[in-house]
Design a protein around this ligand. Structure first.
Ligand SMILES: Nc1ncnc2c1ncn2[C@@H]1O[C@H](COP(=O)(O)OP(=O)(O)O)[C@@H](O)[C@H]1O
Ligand SMILES: [Mg+2]
Length: 245
């Protein structure tokens, strides 16, 4: 098999005495969608923040494109991008202005054409001139996704990209991501606590609980391993066990 685009080894993050991510290892292959599933507080966002170099791991290593993230941060991060429902962008700028700022930060050329392109791809013509402050949550999610794909990343980290969206918009975003992954052979790390979405989107799933990987495989393999009917039941079983502790 070709070298994985992302290689995480024995990654740990402590905040004081608290272990948020506990010695996890995983790979993401080129063109693969890896789902990071787990209850609130499992360590999903912390993992993504370490992959983005936003926080420093307490221990372990991250290699992306075969390079060590700690040593080659800038080179790597030019080809990695992320989107999160919880990020905020300058509200007093229009959608287009926000995209323009991102394009400049990443040093893109042909900026207007790149914006035309992404606006078309994500069906954002109507909101191009709209103030970011006035966007609905569905429109906002499109803007954060536009920001993420405009830089043509090879690895895309999506932290709950469909949280707080209605089913219609969720469906559109998912369809877009699947098609985009195919056309660009993009690697995606996807977090969600929506089980159905995870099953639908992920080639492979990592189940995180209290910072540790408790299961890994296709949705089907995980369901079989826990002897449950579906991923939702596995999730409930694990979440309830956790509450008893
Ligand atoms: N900066 C921080 N300081 C202290 N604890 C943190 C910090 N960031 C996250 N945590 C804790 O780490 C755990 C994992 O958080 P997070 O990665 O956000 O979980 P998830 O995204 O899976 O819901 C949580 O218990 C959270 O409270
Ligand atoms: Mg989170």
């Amino acid at each position: 098999m070709a070298q994985p685009l992302v290689e995480v080894r024995n990654l740990t993050k402590r905040f004081g005495d608290f272990v948020a991510v506990d010695n996890i290892s995983f790979d993401i292959q080129e063109g693969e969608i890896l789902g990071l599933l787990g209850p609130n507080g499992a360590g999903k966002t912390t993992t993504i923040h370490m992959l983005l170099g936003l926080i420093t791991p307490t221990a372990g290593s991250i290699r992306i494109f075969g390079l060590d993230l700690a040593e080659h941060r800038e080179t790597i991060l030019k080809q990695v991008n992320f989107s999160s429902t919880y990020i905020s962008m300058p509200y007093s700028l229009t959608v287009e202005e926000n995209l323009r700022v991102i394009a400049r930060l990443y040093g893109l050329s042909n900026i207007t054409q790149q914006i035309d392109d992404v606006v078309k791809k994500l069906d954002m013509q109507e909101i191009r001139g709209k103030l970011t402050r006035k966007l609905s949550s569905g429109q906002m999610s499109r803007l954060t996704l536009a920001k993420a794909i405009m830089t043509r990343p090879k690895v895309l980290l999506l932290d709950e990209p469909t949280a707080s969206l209605d089913p219609d918009i969720t469906q559109k975003i998912k369809a877009f991501l699947k098609e985009y992954r195919r056309s660009e052979n993009l690697s995606i790390l996807y977090t969600s606590h929506n089980m159905r979405e995870m099953e639908e989107m992920s080639d492979r799933i990592i189940f995180l609980q209290r910072g540790s990987i408790v299961a890994e495989g296709t949705a089907q393999q995980i369901v079989e391993r826990f002897g449950q009917r579906d991923l939702e039941e596995v999730f409930l079983k694990l979440a309830r066990e956790e509450r008893r502790i």
